[in-house]
Design a protein around this ligand. Structure first.
Ligand SMILES: *Cc1c(COP(=O)(O)O)cnc(C)c1O
Length: 458
């Protein structure tokens, strides 16, 4: 029995020691309160042990595939090292991500740079890296990008990104499969790959449909995978015999494996997704691997954002609970209307100064939780029952490990939060809290260079 068959028979029952989801209520509340007291809030907590478990489940479901971590979901050094040790490759969307992945110890053979309208500076950098790491692969979604690589003397490994014309996605802003921005149109992809093969070593074809493959969207995922299988077969063994066959190493069908944000949403049945993927892509020659690129799935439920209640304001319409984390710390609710589970870990005081009762002993009235940013959209949730928060309560915002810190900004001149990594239970500061000085560092550098008459960095 081949590995592929063994994988297809994987059971859908999650292993007891590696459950398929970690809910916000599964975190040790006492530990989180301790971390907030020690490192202050807002604070991201990223559990590397859970990152490892997520990697293991992915490798277990796709035993014979190349599993590549889409670095943009969380680029913290400790996370990258954990993912590297677990055996995943790195899929990078920018020069900055390639730089981080190299620093975390990924060598060229495990680096995949996916260039989307790449700025010249990014191409210069990556072509430079490829000179030292010739096993690096550049995934290209436009003929212009091929020309720009050739102009820089690049003739190495290239993968052709295809717009498969079908898209998954939990929100229109994260659906990429149908958006013309991403990839060569499907019906021109074979031609583009053959043209690329004249100048580069074409090693694969790639499509990423968008984020949020969930049980209802399995059909569009299957369709995308089937189309990519067809394309690969056409390139490997052209039917009309007029084109030269390409020696592909892999068919990459992207990421987008969904995680349940809502408390009662079922976890993704990963073995079922894996089985559907293998079935839809088949048959491929034995020398051609399937590749997948999960980002969110690796890190999302390994992270929480801790934030402290500083204001409770009853109004005729609703009670607004003001906290110290906002859209600059966690953008997803404001940007995608995303739902994040929130647990009230208590610890606050009544207005008379007495300790508040434990949150579970309070009345659960629906509240809006709002951050400190001057934007109406700066809310973490609306109309949600959270055990009647009082000033000083600690809230844990769950499933915040993916696209959380990564999308943080300094808007409203707010320093980015701190992040601690938990490794086998031990906490270390992974990213220190930014200071007010960090906010003005680039400006002060520019002023200094002007005063000194030096050029500085443009
Ligand atoms: C963002 C991205 C991914 C990962 O998406 P997730 O939803 O986090 O799994 C994979 N591949 C590419 C090309 C991406 O841009």
């Amino acid at each position: 029995m081949s590995d592929r068959d063994a994988g297809a028979e994987a059971t859908s029952e999650p292993a007891a020691d590696n459950p398929s989801v970690r809910r916000v209520s599964d975190w040790d509340a006492k530990r989180l309160r301790g971390l907030a007291a020690e490192y202050e809030t807002p604070l991201y907590v990223q559990d590397l042990d859970r990152v490892r478990e997520n990697c293991e489940r992915l490798l277990g479901a796709f035993p014979d595939a190349d599993v590549r971590y889409a670095v943009k979901a969380h680029t913290g050094r400790a996370v990258l090292e954990a993912v590297r040790d677990a055996g995943l490759d790195a899929e990078c969307a920018s020069a900055g991500e390639v730089d981080r992945a190299l620093a975390a110890g990924f060598d060229g053979s495990r680096l995949h740079y996916t260039a989307v309208n790449p700025p010249a500076r990014d191409l210069d950098y990556v072509v430079g890296v490829a000179a030292a790491e010739p096993d690096l692969t550049v995934t290209v979604g436009a003929l212009d990008t091929l020309d720009r690589l050739a102009e820089r003397g690049y003739d190495g490994r290239v993968c052709v990104r295809v717009n498969p014309g079908v898209g998954a996605g939990h929100h229109e802003k994260v659906t990429t499969g149908g958006a013309a921005k991403f990839g060569v149109p499907y019906d021109r992809a074979a031609e583009a790959a053959r043209e690329a093969a004249e100048r580069f070593d074409v090693v694969g074809v790639h499509a990423h449909a968008g984020s949020g493959i969930d049980p209802e969207q399995l059909d569009s995922h299957r369709e995308l995978v089937a189309r990519m299988g067809d394309l690969a077969r056409e390139l490997i063994d052209p039917d009309d015999g007029s084109a030269d066959p390409l020696d592909l190493e892999y068919v990459d069908v992207g990421g987008g494996f969904g995680v349940p944000y809502e408390e009662d949403a079922p976890p993704l049945d990963l073995p079922a997704v894996a089985a559907a993927t293998r079935e839809a892509v088949a048959p491929l020659p034995a020398s051609v691997d399937l590749a997948v690129e999960p980002g969110r799935y690796v890190v999302a439920d390994a992270g929480v954002l801790l934030t402290r209640v500083n204001t409770v304001k009853p109004t005729p319409d609703e009670t607004v609970v003001g906290v110290d984390a906002g859209m600059t710390d966690l953008l997803r609710p404001a940007m995608y209307d995303a739902y994040h589970p929130i647990a009230n870990l208590g610890g606050g005081l009544e207005r008379d100064g007495n300790d508040s009762p434990a949150p579970e002993d309070r009345e659960a009235t629906p509240v809006t939780v709002a951050g400190p940013i001057c934007e109406t959209g700066d809310t973490l949730c609306r109309n949600r029952a959270l055990g009647d928060p009082t000033r000083g309560d600690l809230l844990a915002v769950g499933v915040a490990g993916a696209y959380g810190y990564e999308m943080a900004s300094q808007y409203n001149s707010r320093p980015r939060p701190a992040e601690v990594a938990l490794d086998d239970g031990t906490a270390t500061v992974a990213r220190r809290r930014e200071t007010l000085g960090d906010l003005t560092a680039a400006e002060r550098d520019a002023n200094r260079h002007r005063a000194e008459g030096t050029e500085g960095v443009r």
